[in-house]
Design a protein around this ligand. Structure first.
Ligand code: SF4
Length: 77
């Protein structure tokens, strides 16, 4: 299992994650993105996934590096 973490406070609402990974990301009415199906953990959104899939593309493309991925308990990005 991997964990996708969205530091929503740092999100600038550029829309890139939703563009490159619409299966997992969408824009919300407050102008920031949402990690679909994620739970709120402190100020972050977190989602456990079996496969990282396009979340890798979203994390790499995020201009403020507010999408993080942990795989096997280790931070990948
Ligand atoms: S790419 Fe990053 S800054 Fe842009 S909407 Fe997604 S999480 Fe927010």
């Amino acid at each position: 299992m991997a964990k996708i973490i969205h530091d929503r406070e740092a999100c600038i609402g550029c829309g890139t994650c939703a563009a490159v990974c619409s299966k997992h990301w969408k824009m919300d009415s407050d102008g920031k993105s949402r990690l679909i199906g994620a739970k709120k953990v402190g100020k972050n959104e977190e989602l456990e996934v079996k496969a990282i899939e396009c979340n890798q593309d979203a994390a790499e493309a995020c201009p403020v590096n507010c999408i993080h991925i942990e795989d096997g308990g280790k931070r990948k990005i």
